[in-house]
Design a protein. Structure first.
Length: 97
């Protein structure tokens, strides 16, 4: 549900821009999705440069284990997996627009 303020802005935008409400909303979704994809790709590049691949990090964790006082590698693995999953969903969303 859009707020009253958002409806007002949308009405103003439609009055000024040569676009329909649907086009403006779709472009907004595309822009927000693209920004998030860029941020997630930056994160995954960081992990790739630090660990090589998810599989290499998993292997490292299997061999070294997780110590009680340092969960950094395990946390990064979970975050990397989540980022990869989210990236996949966002790319699919962007492609469907």
């Amino acid at each position: 549900m859009l707020s009253v303020r958002t409806h007002q802005l949308l009405d103003q935008a439609v009055a000024v821009l040569p676009s329909s409400e649907e086009e403006i909303i779709t472009k907004g979704i595309a822009a927000e999705t693209s920004e998030r994809i860029v941020a997630l790709r930056q994160s995954t590049r960081h992990w790739q440069s630090a660990y090589g691949s998810i599989q290499q990090l998993e292997s490292r964790l299997q061999h070294a284990g997780v110590t009680p006082d340092d969960h950094t590698l395990y946390t990064e693995l979970l975050e990397w997996r989540a980022a990869t999953q989210e990236l996949s969903q966002l790319v699919n969303l962007l492609e469907s627009l």
